[in-house]
Ligand binder design. Structure first.
Ligand code: PCA
Length: 322
């Protein structure tokens, strides 16, 4: 009889584990209103529906659970099973991560999508070697510059205190003669209010979510590049799931990438309209600014190509279809 009780207990335990919902905390760096965060919630919902509630993903926006700069390490070390981060934030670790922030390489959503397809395979491999699984990626709108006054070209930028969010923005500042400081987006409002920073490169989306018209007067729609966020899981955490749940993660990721990218594309016009409607001057760069940007872009492209070596060259080659 003893073995029967043991079996019954074992079966009960098995049934219990099969029914118990697993909870995954998902740290992200951007605010709750941001479409990236909303899209992550959509992804979480899709995973929940697909797994019949067996895998519950809880999104923690705005660096509230883990700060932006620590999310990748947290997922690598198993502290969090999944997370979202700005891809180019890791450019210092491996130049390939900065493929999306090479000035004037891909300046539209359409080009950004092609560049992503060209880079995705290599990135998947790099992340795999770090025990991470790439799930999906969504771009930010094209990057432009915010200032507190009209700017004709780089000569007018010298000495302005600049906020950087990755290696490329810091390098841009250096080439334009602006002292820069790295500031996460969730800390931007405070840095602006205290006068620590006076200008930056970012998207129309950032301008809208942070009501930048309160402190900034000019947005130059440079369309310099479209940086990406990506969502990734820890390999161990993912492999500990049953095959069905793993499939749910992958299929929901496909959905989230398509939905988020479409949303970004659709919202861009609205963001730009809102900047103007709230009193900002929104304009394409004038001749001098465009020429300066092209010059800096050439320097930065050459630097990136050199640093990213054969892997970078392969991405560019695939992107250009040669
Ligand atoms: N917003 C993020 C990254 C790119 C963007 O448009 C930021 O400013 O930090």
């Amino acid at each position: 009889m003893k073995w029967l009780t043991g079996l019954a207990a074992g079966l009960l335990l098995w049934a219990g584990t099969a029914l118990a919902a697993e909870k995954w905390n998902m740290p992200t760096a951007y605010g709750d209103a941001n479409y990236h965060t909303q899209n992550a919630r959509l992804f979480a919902k899709a995973v929940g529906v697909c797994t019949g509630g067996k895998l519950e993903i809880v999104v923690h926006g705005g660096g509230s659970l883990i700060k932006g700069g620590e999310i990748k390490r947290a997922v690598q070390s198993g502290k969090a099973p999944i997370g979202e981060r700005l891809l180019s934030a890791h450019q210092n670790e491996n130049p390939v991560f900065g493929f999306d922030s090479v000035p004037l390489l891909a300046t539209s959503f359409e080009a950004s999508e092609r560049l992503w397809r060209a880079a995705k395979g290599r990135l998947t491999k790099i992340l795999d070697a770090q025990n991470l699984v790439l799930l999906y990626s969504v771009p930010w709108p094209p990057q432009g510059m915010y200032f507190k006054r009209a700017i004709g070209g780089v000569a007018d930028m010298r000495g302005i205190k600049f906020r950087a969010y990755n290696a490329a923005t810091a390098r841009f500042a250096a080439l334009a003669g602006m002292p820069s400081v790295h500031i996460e987006l969730v800390e931007l409002d405070r840095a602006l209010a205290s006068g620590r920073v006076e200008a930056f490169i970012t998207s129309s989306a950032t301008g809208y979510y942070h009501k930048l018209w309160k402190l900034m007067s000019h947005f130059y729609d440079l369309r310099a590049w479209l940086p990406r966020n990506y969502v990734f899981a820890g390999k161990r955490a993912l492999e500990a799931l049953d095959a069905h749940a793993q499939n749910c993660l992958r299929s929901s990721a496909l959905l989230a990438e398509a939905a988020g990218t479409t949303r970004a594309r659709e919202l861009t016009g609205f963001y730009l309209e809102q900047l103007a409607a709230n009193g900002m001057s929104v304009q394409a760069p004038g001749k001098r600014l465009a020429a300066d940007l092209a010059r800096i872009g050439e320097i930065m492209s050459a630097e990136w190509a050199k640093a990213a070596g054969a892997e970078g060259a392969a991405i560019i080659k695939a992107f250009r279809g040669k």
